[in-house]
Design a binder for this molecule. Structure first.
Ligand code: AR6
Length: 171
């Protein structure tokens, strides 16, 4: 069939440690830093990241913006804003799909060859994990089938639930 499978991998790790071209941050619309993976990324990247984010005028839900990685091993951070889960009738699925798609578009524009995604919206924002994983994988596979870059996409899970869901879906 297609060769997308060897371009996708799954790990259980702290995304801030990864030596990739770009990591994706599950940010808020003010790009103001916060808890979860956003908090971990800001702590690891250092205070220059907050300064860079403050110059971006925020980011609408479903969209993404890029900064340098500062103290991270990753060269870039692509900040995307996932939807808050409000029961499923508030465009949550389309917005989450747009987070993955827009982040990948920005990766291509910046010649990113390897990119790592956290499980956007599945923490504090409450998106059901299985549905989020199905949507994330489908969006990434569709994109890879149409684009040469990024060469490699890594799904980074932090909690066991998400890791087990992705492991099952990517078999
Ligand atoms: N590396 C990889 N994944 C992580 C890490 C880490 N270091 N830490 C947490 N996760 P969340 P959201 C996983 O809550 O739901 C912030 O306050 C975690 O297990 O970080 O999109 C922002 O400022 C979960 O699966 O993001 C926003 O206000 C996933 O990251 C809000 O949270 C996403 O959980 C965004 O909420």
């Amino acid at each position: 069939m297609t060769n997308y499978k060897r371009r996708i991998s799954l790990i259980k790790d702290d995304i801030t440690k990864l030596n990739v071209n770009a990591i994706v941050n599950a940010a808020n619309s003010k790009l103001a830093g916060g808890g979860g993976v956003d908090g971990a990324i800001h702590r690891a990247a250092g205070t220059e990241l907050a300064i860079a984010c403050s110059l971006l005028n925020g980011c609408p839900t479903g969209d993404a913006k890029i900064t340098q990685g500062f103290k991270l091993p990753a060269k870039y951070i692509i900040h995307t804003v996932g939807p808050v889960w409000r029961g499923g009738n508030s465009n949550e699925r389309e917005l989450l799909e747009s987070c993955y798609k827009t982040s990948l578009d920005i990766a291509v524009q910046n010649n990113v060859s390897s990119i790592a995604f956290p499980n956007i919206s599945t923490g504090i924002y409450g998106f059901p994990k299985k549905e989020a994983a199905e949507l994330a994988i489908k969006t990434v596979v569709d994109f890879l089938n149409k684009n040469q870059l990024p060469e490699e996409v890594i799904f980074v899970c932090f909690d066991d639930d998400n890791y087990n869901i992705y492991n099952e879906l990517l078999k």
